[in-house]
Design a protein around this ligand. Structure first.
Ligand SMILES: [Mg+2]
Length: 271
C-alpha cells in the first residue's frame, strides 16, 4: 500500500543535494562508493550539488580539497552556506556588508560584487571566521547595537575536526547574542533559505529534490521541514541505534554511498 509520500515523490528525485563530510568522505578518506556516485550523476547529466554548512572554505577551496581526495568537482556544483549567503544577498541587492569571515571567503564575496565595508554597512554577515579577533567582534557588536540587519551563514555550535570539535559559527552567534541581545537570520541547513538557494541553483522545486546526508538534526531535518526526499547514510555521524530514538524517520536509510548507488541503479531499472 503506497504511503501519501510515495504518491507525491517520484521514485527517483530529479536532483540531489549531497552533504560532503560523513557522506562522501570522512576526514581525509573517500568513503566507498562516493567516487562512483559522483561519476554516475556526471555521466548521466543528473543535477546535483555538493552541500555544506561549513563557511570557512570558499567554493574554490572545496574544489581543491575534493581534488586532493581524488573527487572531481567544479565550483558551480558546490553550495556552501557562504555561497548561499552570497546568493541571498545578491537576490536582495544588498551590496554593502560588514563580513566576519576567513580571507578566502571574503574574496569570494568581493568577486561576487559585494562590497566589504567597516563603516555604514547595510548588513552584518557572520560566517565561520577562523581568523576572528576582538576588534572584529567589537565592530560587529557596535553595528548590532545600532540596529544594522544581521545574518549568519549557519547555526552549528561546533565543527568536528581530526583534533576534536572546535567552536563554530553558532558559538559566535551566542557570543554576540550575549553582548547585544540580537539574533541573526540563519542561511545554512536546516533553514528554508538554504533550500531556496539550492532550488535556484538546480532549477527544481524542493519536492523534486533529495537530501543525502549523515546528520539527523541538520541534513534530515532540512528535508523533513521543507518537503525534500530524505536519504540518511550511516557512514558518518548517525548510528542505526540513533534512528530508533527519533520519531521522524528518513524516507530511506543506507549504510553508505555504495548502497545508495545500488538502490539508484535498481530503481532506474524499475525495481
Ligand atoms: Mg555530514
Amino acid at each position: 500500500m503506497p504511503s501519501e509520500r510515495d504518491k507525491i515523490v517520484p521514485k527517483l528525485p530529479e536532483a540531489w543535494l549531497l552533504d560532503m563530510d560523513g557522506t562522501l568522505y570522512l576526514s581525509n578518506s573517500v568513503l566507498p562508493g562516493a567516487r562512483e556516485l559522483l561519476n554516475h550523476f556526471n555521466q548521466n547529466s543528473i543535477p546535483f550539488c555538493l552541500f555544506t554548512n561549513n563557511s570557512s572554505l570558499s567554493r574554490k577551496d572545496y574544489v581543491q580539497k575534493l581534488s586532493l581526495l581524488g573527487l572531481k568537482a567544479v565550483p558551480s556544483r558546490i553550495l556552501t552556506s557562504s555561497w548561499a549567503t552570497i546568493l541571498w544577498l545578491t537576490k536582495r541587492n544588498i551590496k554593502k556588508v560588514y563580513l566576519l569571515a576567513v580571507p578566502s571567503v571574503c574574496k569570494e564575496f568581493l568577486e561576487a560584487g559585494i562590497n566589504l565595508v567597516t563603516e555604514n554597512p547595510d548588513m552584518v554577515v557572520l560566517a565561520f571566521d577562523q581568523t576572528l579577533d576582538y576588534d572584529k567582534l567589537k565592530l560587529a557588536h557596535k553595528f548590532l547595537l545600532k540596529g544594522v540587519p544581521y545574518i549568519a551563514t549557519h547555526p552549528d555550535m561546533v565543527c568536528p575536526t581530526s583534533e576534536g570539535s572546535i567552536p563554530d559559527c553558532g558559538a559566535m552567534i551566542a557570543f554576540l547574542k550575549a553582548s547585544t541581545g540580537r539574533e541573526p537570520e540563519v542561511i545554512g541547513k536546516p533553514s528554508r533559505n538554504m533550500v531556496d538557494m539550492a532550488s535556484l541553483l538546480l532549477g527544481c522545486t524542493p519536492q523534486s529534490m533529495a537530501i543525502v546526508g549523515d546528520r539527523l538534526y541538520t541534513d534530515m531535518q532540512m528535508g523533513f521541514d521543507h518537503g525534500l526526499l530524505t536519504v540518511l547514510l550511516l557512514s558518518g555521524e548517525t548510528r542505526l541505534e540513533d534512528l530508533h530514538q527519533v520519531s521522524q524517520k528518513p524516507d530511506h536509510c543506507f549504510q553508505g554511498a555504495e548502497e545508495l548507488l545500488e538502490w539508484i541503479y535498481c530503481s532506474a531499472r524499475g525495481g
